[in-house]
Write a protein that binds this ligand. Structure first.
Ligand SMILES: Cc1cc2nc3c(=O)[nH]c(=O)nc-3n(C[C@H](O)[C@H](O)[C@H](O)COP(=O)(O)OP(=O)(O)OC[C@H]3O[C@@H](n4cnc5c(N)ncnc54)[C@H](O)[C@@H]3O)c2cc1C
Length: 606
């Protein structure tokens, strides 16, 4: 199993030398508490917890998995103790209001924490991760009484939460939700139905589980406009906050799944379970999708996590294992064979992982700043500010979620490839990373749904291309001062400048074509998403290259190796990964007929 080491040098490079997080925090309400010393202490403390507590549980957790007996789920050995340590450390409430016992530090710190925890042990991270969605919903839409009842134990981590959307007949199309909510007459509801695939639906880490459930009132309109949202606690809560009767919501089974085996994914049966409405009747979906952008960035972090972990696994192996001689001649003269890392094809694989991990980290850390502003809008009661940043984040989210998780999966596969046949054998842990990574492109909206969201909703319907045009303007503004530079930065700046113009042009082309042929949207969206991802990552690689180049130009020995490697990784990205955008450009402009012309009956096996 890779020995996870938190990449703190890279994290600090982004925070301090690329994105000026210190200045950013000073501009946030209450942000002065996130002083450089405090941020550093959080990074160090989190790194230690992740390296020493969570990472060692990753492989055994996968081998043991969760078990269920009579509706009670047991998590793998060590998870309970690790979760208790997480709670005792106050990690869950890092970014939640002090009013409810949190530390009220900026949301971005929570994402930094999630990156380290998720890389160390994604299965474990699912338990507190799902609670965040639950807390955000209660915080934003709950009544004062609901907030006072549920927020403090959720914020402390004593209780956890879930998001119960999916049913056997629907995951993407939640308009088909069937779970019923009958009013009892005393302000409560009785919920009946089955939810599947519910992460952390049942487990032994916390004394209570608060389910946020989508269900229909008896007279609700059909489709998405007839869905309401309910709080359904595993144990009902007495007026004084103590636990009351066991509610009639139970785990019927654990899903048998490919990866994240230590995360309990449950079938949840609601059998006249008592629930409390949250948000307005029939407006449940809208409420559920508040803060969805931050949840999806959380899933983008999974792509980064698996790219990083697979790199950390593959790199030492490539340095130790020997095979033949490099084609350019003997490298390790003292050995009869050269280390794998000398072979150009192996270097290509390692550099792909490194470039994806560091590029994705930069994209996510930038989006995390927008999330901070969005949360500040909520805290200040400034709706316009909230909406402005939610919109801006809304443009990044499908790209981050869709593109980074697809590349994270590719990197996890590459990690196995570097190990050769040994990558396929369990004991090295590399196949686990690939299995764990696979879910990231499916939940929180599949890649296809992210792509539709980006092209159909965000680009064509909501902004008529403005979201792309404003981002490409940022790209041009960043590249322009460096267009005449010699050396690698000038080359990268020119590439970014060209791609910005191309992306604008492509957006206009797709808009024109979609006006004539609606199938263009669905047929082109995946390529549009991937194209956008490669170009956006190029912009963030240029940003890093400019910062590294400035440091190198100033001279001094400090971190020379780090900045040189940074620049060289950027060069690799621009020469070896960004050109993939050309294939996507070509495909998205192809006619839809090759996709749509075949009769459904002709899709057959014989
Ligand atoms: C391990 C795991 C954990 C999960 N955790 C949770 C959880 O905690 N809570 C929860 O509620 N759910 C959870 N889910 C469910 C997950 O979010 C859904 O599986 C996912 O949203 C996809 O829904 P679906 O499986 O019904 O696929 P479908 O919606 O049936 O989609 C099937 C395929 O069709 C494509 N497709 C669907 N509609 C369109 C369209 N209009 N245009 C183009 N393509 C389309 C999709 O992209 C996909 O490729 C989890 C799932 C798993 C496996």
């Amino acid at each position: 199993m890779p020995q996870y080491k938190a990449p703190l040098r890279d994290v600090r490079f982004l925070l301090n030398e690329v994105f000026d997080y210190e200045g950013h925090y000073k501009g946030l309400p209450g942000g002065d508490e996130a002083s450089p010393d405090m941020v550093d202490a959080i990074l160090e403390g989190c790194a230690t917890f992740c390296e020493e507590v969570l990472a060692p549980l990753n492989l055994p957790g996968d081998l043991e998995g969760c078990t269920i007996q009579d509706g009670e789920v047991t998590t793998p050995k060590g998870f309970k103790e690790a979760y208790a340590e997480y709670v005792a450390g106050g990690w869950q409430g890092l970014s939640h209001p002090k009013e409810y016992g949190g530390q009220e530090l900026p949301m971005s710190l929570n994402l930094l924490k999630a990156e380290m925890m998720g890389t160390a042990n994604w299965s474990f991270t699912m338990y507190p991760g799902l609670s965040l969605g639950c807390m955000n919903t209660v915080f934003q839409f709950g009544s004062t009484e609901q907030k006072n009842t549920y927020m403090p134990p959720l914020v402390s981590g004593e209780w956890t939460g879930t998001m119960c959307l999916t049913e056997p007949q629907c995951g993407t199309d939640l308009g088909q939700v069937k779970t019923k909510a009958e009013p009892v007459g005393d302000g409560t509801y009785k919920l009946t139905g089955t939810k599947i695939f519910i992460s952390s639906g049942e487990h032994d880490l916390a004394e209570n589980i608060i389910h946020i459930v989508l269900a229909r009132l008896p007279d609700a309109p059909k489709g998405t406009r007839g869905i309401s949202l309910f709080i359904v606690p595993k144990f009902l809560v007495n007026k004084d906050g103590s636990l009351g009767a066991r509610n009639t919501v139970r785990a019927g089974a654990l899903e048998h799944k490919m990866g994240i085996r230590a995360s309990a994914t449950c079938v949840m049966n609601f059998d006249d379970a008592i629930g409390y409405m949250i948000a307005e009747p029939n407006k449940g979906l809208e409420a559920m999708f508040t803060f969805m952008n931050t949840a999806r960035i959380g899933t983008a972090v999974q792509g980064l996590a698996h790219a990083e972990l697979s790199y950390q696994g593959a790199l030492p192996y490539a340095k130790e294992r020997r095979s033949m001689r490099a084609v350019s001649g003997k490298k390790d003269a003292e050995h009869p064979n050269d280390a794998l890392i000398w072979h150009a094809d192996v270097r290509r694989m390692l550099l792909t992982q490194k470039a994806v991990a560091e590029g994705a980290r930069a994209m996510i850390y930038h989006a995390a700043k927008l999330a901070d502003h969005m949360v500040a809008g909520v805290a200040e009661g400034n709706k316009a500010k909230y909406e402005e940043y939610d919109d801006r984040l809304g443009f990044y989210t499908p790209i981050l979620k869709g593109f980074i998780t697809e590349l994270g999966l590719e990197c996890a596969n590459i990690g196995m490839q570097v190990f050769g046949g040994h990558g396929y054998i369990k004991e090295h842990g590399m196949e686990q990373i690939a299995r764990d990574a696979r879910i990231s492109t499916l939940y929180e909206g599949t890649t296809g749904i992210q792509a539709l969201d980006l092209l159909g909703r965000k680009t064509l319907l909501q902004s008529r291309g403005k979201c792309i045009f404003s981002f490409t303007n940022e790209m041009i503004a960043q590249a322009k001062p460096h267009l005449l530079d010699g050396g690698p930065v000038g080359k990268m700046a020119r590439a970014c400048f060209k791609r910005a113009l191309q992306w604008k042009w492509l957006t206009l082309q797709i808009m024109l074509r979609a006006n004539k042929d609606r199938d263009v949207v669905s047929a082109a969206c995946n390529d549009f998403l991937m194209y956008s991802g490669y170009v956006m990552m190029g912009h963030f690689w240029l940003k890093q290259a400019i910062a590294a180049n400035e440091k190198l130009a100033k001279g001094g020995k400090d971190s020379k190796e780090f900045y040189t490697a940074k620049l060289q990784t950027a060069e690799f990205y621009f020469e070896r990964l960004l050109p993939r955008a050309d294939g996507h450009k070509k495909t998205m402009l192809s006619s839809t007929s090759s996709v749509m012309q075949m009769n459904n009956e002709h899709f057959s096996f014989n």
